[in-house]
Design a protein around this ligand. Structure first.
Ligand code: DI6
Ligand code: FE
Length: 401
């Protein structure tokens, strides 16, 4: 198997080396096939690797490739006109009457065929990959009927055939109630959401199950009915919880051993304890907070105090977070929520992997997949510090140099 030796680099391994970021100065990394075989100080390189093909990285910084663990990157259309209407003074009702809001994205997604959805998503995927992303989670939830939910998930899977990127899919049938089921949320859950989940699972399209637990979406009881089916099918769950109010969504998620509780601006300390006990990851989504001009920040200090690992993601979607930059999410996490640059980098690597149930990516360590990002920077804090500046030099996916 091809053996490659990367030298003249600083490694931000994000493992427990005792140094911040798990940093190793003057490091070497050995890649064997698609895996990392060895990482350490170059002076300690075992003799069997001395003959590997050498690559001088010119003193650059190497981190694990980035992971965007919460996205709605597959969807039809966009909502720029509604954005403009609102900034010209239109009220929420006027926007809604003009067909705006999530309904407009559902209509556009239903109208788009597979290829249109794919080509549109690839534009955003390419932007994310250009910043070093090698793993992405993609949700359904803008179809809200069986055909379109399945189409979204098939397109999500197809992305990995068109680009060197790893995709994890999430079924989000409980995202909103479609117009044809208005005021019949329970009927929608029973007649559409749950049968569609079963169909998607039968087709091998589902890696996890999500819901939107909110006053404007679904109640904890309704989400629990979907989660019961997920459990029966052996699928892990995650939840949009406490984004706009506190309905106890994160506690519900914790009861199901959820991989993650996402948004959580309104999560209280009790809820933090519940997810801490369940080993649930907190996914912080500053793009939505920014776009919605929210004022309540997530309970970062409580999360730290209770040892809850924090991930960070773009939440890229056409309504509340039209953000296709994970580096910008890192900056926002730091500036808006006072996360540290190290927490931000852990949030888009090791903790993002955990939010997806992955244990073979997200750190630079032996026996992990060789997904690496090589950066034209000296210190990892630079990734969170600048805005609108992309220092990616190169991306290594599955050991492909
Ligand atoms: N959280 C959000 O902020 C949105 N969905 C969700 O689960 C918004 C979706 C949209 O407006 O398109
Ligand atoms: Fe979301």
């Amino acid at each position: 198997m091809a053996l490659h030796l990367l030298t003249n680099l600083t490694a931000a391994t994000l493992t427990d080396t005792g140094a911040p970021y798990g940093m190793i100065e003057d490091a070497a990394i050995v890649i064997e096939g698609s895996q990392i075989a060895w990482v350490g100080a170059k002076a300690d390189l075992p003799s069997q690797y001395q003959t590997a093909q050498r690559h001088d990285l010119g003193g650059r910084l190497v981190s694990p490739a980035l992971i965007d663990c919460h996205t709605h990157v597959v969807h039809g259309g966009n909502r720029a006109i509604e954005f403009e209407m609102r900034l010209n003074g239109a009220s929420y009702e006027e926007v809604a009457r003009a067909g705006g809001g999530i309904v407009s994205t559902v209509t556009a997604t239903r109208a788009a065929n597979e290829d249109e959805l794919l080509q549109d998503a690839l534009l955003r995927i390419d932007t994310l990959m250009g910043e070093g992303v090698a793993t992405i989670e993609i949700k359904s939830g803008y179809g809200l009927d069986t055909d379109t939910e399945l189409r979204m998930l098939r397109v999500a899977r197809m992305i990995a055939d068109h680009r060197p990127i790893r995709v994890k899919t999430t079924f989000l049938g409980a995202h909103a109630t479609p117009a044809e089921y208005k005021d019949r949320d329970d009927v929608y859950i029973d007649e559409v959401c749950i049968p569609t989940l079963r169909a998607a699972h039968a087709e091998g399209l589902v890696d996890a199950v999500d819901g939107f637990c909110e006053g404007i979406a679904f109640s904890p009881d309704q989400i629990a009915r979907v989660f019961n089916v997920a459990q029966e099918l052996g699928l892990p769950v995650k939840l949009h919880a406490e984004q706009l109010s506190n309905l106890g969504g994160a506690k519900l998620a914790a009861r199901y051993g959820a991989l993650s509780a996402d948004h959580i601006e309104y999560l209280d300390e009790d809820g933090v304890k519940a997810i801490a006990d369940a080993g649930t990851i907190a996914v912080i989504l500053p793009g939505a907070f920014y776009t919605l001009r929210e004022t309540q920040a997530p309970p970062i200090q409580h999360l730290r105090d209770h040892g809850v690992p924090m991930a960070l993601a773009t939440d890229v979607n056409p309504g509340s977070s039209p953000l296709s930059s994970l580096l910008m999410s890192m900056n926002m996490g730091c500036t808006l929520f006072r996360m540290t640059p190290e927490e931000a980098l852990r949030g888009v690597t090791v903790n993002a992997a955990r939010a997806l149930g992955l244990s073979d990516v997200g750190v630079l360590a032996p026996d992990h997949i060789a997904d690496l990002a090589v950066w034209d920077i000296k210190h990892p804090a630079e990734l969170s510090y600048r805005m609108g500046f992309n220092p990616l030099h190169s991306r290594i996916f599955g050991g492909q140099l």
